[in-house]
Structure formats: structure tokens, C-alpha cells
Design a protein around this ligand. Structure first.
Ligand code: CTP
Length: 399
């Protein structure tokens, strides 16, 4: 079940050149399954047409004409009542001033005034307008009243000047929106720890023993837990990924660092999702100085790293522990053995020989095995969908 399919966002768009980015935002939210009702101010329609939004959301986009049109009867109340969240992106200095003072002279400010749901504002304006004491005071009073203000960020402005005034990028706004929409989900009040990525073991200051884990499945699990309202700590080995908005990111490098961070994070946690590919061995005699080629082939001695799942089980075991098994042979037999020997509630087994599953790719083909021995073989799907299904299992196990 996609948690966003039942969600509605009222997206207000006001008159700024950043309107073109609002189209991308509306598209991204729609792709998540959210129903997006767009309301454009008169000024916004000078930058971008309602049809553009309708084309990406598949739903009617409203303008101030609708306020006075035949269907206009308390339209503003209906739109805000049906929404789970009101987002105004971009919000101009003028609309901020109106919102701060409870003025409502167009459809979007009327809907915001009538609404009782959370309000997220993404300001966009020239740097001087943003710095003006009036704008700053308006932002302060809106924050005090509980509005979530995201941005603006610094950089090139339409005026040709450089300064703080650019609307936050849509992908980042989506992170904030997911967090707000998930807040009352089935994992609200729960503490979930996710480990991700492949640990690195130093050989010398330049070289490491690494593995092919990209961290994609672990990061997708962290996002899926946020989407259901959990408080998430993501213990991550080095990856090229951006942590989902709302997670508490603990960046580590080696297996030993991951052990310490995971033991710390799982104190009082409800669930641990151990998606990281932990190096089984580390170099005993790693060098503080760069090993020189001229010295010949180095003699590397290895020792075994601690088993993190074992250590967590022996310390303060969370109610639910999910392990992962990436195998090249005897997938189900090996995974079932790990489930038992590591005392797990669920194991996610994936066959790393498949080209469309496992390391680095965006898709995965996994089998879930639980304590009772029951197996659920999932079809090939995105790592996001795998994460959603694993988190649904976590919700059930926590009940
Ligand atoms: N794991 C762990 N600590 C380790 C190694 C693995 O907590 N030192 C966790 C992994 O994060 C994963 C599960 O144990 O959730 C299985 O990992 P895997 O590498 O498949 O298992 P190993 O016990 O290392 O067995 P092997 O490498 O021999 O298959």
C-alpha cells in the first residue's frame, strides 16, 4: 500500500519566476501518488498557465476566476478542508505579508486562512526584499504560528544579483513534504534505526578494503520509515547518496565505527533494519603512512570484524530486527540459517547473481523469510517498493 495514495496536497503558486519550478514540484508529488490540487494567483498565471499544472497532476488547477465562477461557492473552504497539507511554493514577499496579517483577497490566501492543516511555505524573492525588516518580521510571526518555512537559499537571482532569495529546489521540498505527510503514520512515535552502505577498512591513509554496496536499499528503507512517521537514525557507510530529509544521519566508515554507532542508536529503539554490507575482515596492521610501491607487495594481515547484529542482540535488543542476506549460492538455505543464528524477526534475501537485483542497481528481487519459516517471494521491483513492503512487515511485527 502506497501511504501517499490517500494524501492530498493543496499547492498554492504565487507570482515569482520560480513558478516554473512549482511545475516540477507538482509533478514529483503526483508521481508519488499524492493528489495535488493547484491554485494559482493572478500573478502566477502570468508566468505559467493552469493547463501546465493540469497536465502534470491530471487534476483541475484553480485560479481566482474560479473564486467568482459558478462553482465558486465556498471553494476555498472545500479545497483546504480536503487537504492534508497546504504548500505555497513559491510564496512571494507580498503573499507572506498577507498570510502574516490574516489577509485573504484571493483563492490561495483564502484557502490558507480557512485551513487548519499544516502549512509549508517556500519563499522566493529578490535578496533585498527578503532582507527587509517587514519580510523578516512576517516570517517570524508565521513561524511562531507553526508554519514550516523552507528556504530561500542563496545563489543567482532573476535580478542578476546574487543573494538569499532562490526557492528551495523541488526535490528538497518533496523531502520536507513527505516528512509532514508521514507524521501521523503507523510508525509515529517509533524509533527506527537503519544501517546502509558498505563499510570501508583502511589499508593505509589512501587505500581501503571496500565492497560493492551502493547504500540504495538502505536509504530507501530510511525514507520509507520516515513516510510512515518513524523517528529514523541512519547509520551510513560512505555512499554517493543524499540522506532523506528528516533522518538523523550518523556517518561512519569502518565496521567498528558502525558497531559503536549502531549500539548507541539502538538504545531504546523499536526496530533495527541492518541493510549495511559490513566488511567481515579488517587489516590488522594498517599503515599510518601511505604504502609506497617501491617497498614491494605489502604483507596484509586480516582479522575478523565483530558481528553487529550479534552485538545488538546481546545489548538492548530492539523489538524488531530485520537482517539482509546477499548470497551467490543456496540463497534461501543460507538466509534461513542467518535468520536463526542471528536471532532475527525477518530476513530479506537477495540473489546477487541476478543483473537486475542486488548491488548498485535501482531494482531488487528479494524473498522475505520470517521466524515461522514462511517465505514471500517478491517480483522484480524498485528498491523503494521493496522498502515499503519491508516497512509494512515492521509495522505488523510491532503491533
Ligand atoms: N552483519 C553484521 N555484522 C557483520 C556482518 C554482517 O551485522 N560483521 C549483518 C548484515 O548487515 C546483514 C546480515 O548480518 O544484515 C547478514 O550479512 P552477511 O554479510 O550476509 O552475513 P555474514 O554473517 O557476514 O555471513 P557471510 O558473509 O559469511 O555470508
Amino acid at each position: 500500500m502506497n501511504p501517499f495514495e490517500s494524501k492530498r496536497v493543496l499547492l498554492g503558486v504565487t507570482g515569482s519566476i520560480a513558478c516554473y519550478k512549482a511545475v516540477d514540484l507538482a509533478s514529483k508529488l503526483t508521481q508519488l501518488g499524492i493528489k495535488v490540487d493547484v491554485v494559482l494567483s493572478d500573478a502566477a498565471t502570468k508566468f505559467v498557465a493552469p493547463l501546465t499544472f493540469q497536465s502534470v497532476t491530471g487534476r483541475r488547477a484553480y485560479t481566482d476566476q474560479d473564486l467568482w465562477g459558478p462553482e465558486g461557492h465556498v471553494l476555498h473552504v472545500g479545497l483546504s478542508k480536503d487537504a492534508d497539507l497546504i504548500v505555497i511554493a513559491p510564496v512571494t514577499a507580498n503573499t507572506l505579508a498577507k498570510l502574516a496579517n490574516g489577509q485573504a483577497d484571493n483563492l490561495i490566501t483564502l484557502a490558507a486562512l480557512a485551513g487548519t492543516v499544516p502549512l509549508l511555505l517556500a519563499p522566493a524573492m529578490d535578496g533585498g526584499m527578503y532582507d527587509h525588516p517587514a519580510t523578516q518580521q512576517n516570517l517570524r510571526s508565521l513561524t511562531e504560528r507553526g508554519a514550516h518555512i523552507v528556504g530561500p537559499v542563496s545563489g543567482h537571482l532573476a535580478s542578476g544579483l546574487s543573494g538569499q532569495g532562490r526557492m528551495t529546489e523541488p526535490s528538497e521540498l518533496v523531502g520536507h513534504i513527505r516528512c509532514l505527510l508521514g507524521a501521523k503514520g503507523p510508525l509515529a512515535g517509533r524509533k527506527v534505526v537503519v544501517t546502509a552502505g558498505g563499510t570501508q577498512e583502511a589499508i593505509d591513509p589512501v587505500r581501503v578494503i571496500a565492497n560493492r554496496s551502493s547504500g540504495k536499499q538502505g536509504y530507501a528503507l530510511a525514507q520509507a520509515a520516515i513516510d510512515l512517521g518513524a523517528g529514523v537514525t541512519l547509520v551510513s557507510a560512505p555512499t554517493a547518496l543524499t540522506a532523506p530529509f528528516g533522518v538523523n544521519l550518523v556517518a561512519i566508515t569502518s565496521a567498528e565505527e558502525m558497531l559503536d554507532a549502531t549500539l548507541q542508536a539502538t538504545k531504546g529503539a523499536d526496530a533495527l533494519l541492518m541493510a549495511a554490507a559490513v566488511a567481515d575482515f579488517r587489516v590488522t596492521n594498517s599503515s599510518q603512512k601511505k604504502i609506497k610501491r617501491a617497498g614491494g607487495v605489502p604483507d596484509l594481515e586480516l582479522e575478523t570484524n565483530p558481528d553487529i547484529l550479534q552485538a545488538v542482540t546481546n545489548a538492548s535488543r530492539p523489538k524488531v530486527i530485520v537482517g539482509f542476506a546477499a548470497e551467490s549460492d543456496d540463497l534461501l538455505k543460507n538466509a534461513a540459517h542467518k535468520l536463526e543464528s542471528k536471532n532475527l524477526d525477518l530476513i530479506v534475501a537477495n540473489d546477487i547473481r541476478a543483473v537486475d537485483a542486488g548491488f548498485e542497481v535501482d531494482t531488487n528481487r528479494v524473498t522475505l523469510i520470517d521466524r515461522s519459516g514462511s517465505k514471500e517471494e517478491l517480483a522484480l521491483m524498485s528498491k523503494e517498493d521493496v522498502a515499503r513492503i519491508v516497512l509494512e512487515r515492521v509495522v505488523k511485527l510491532l503491533r
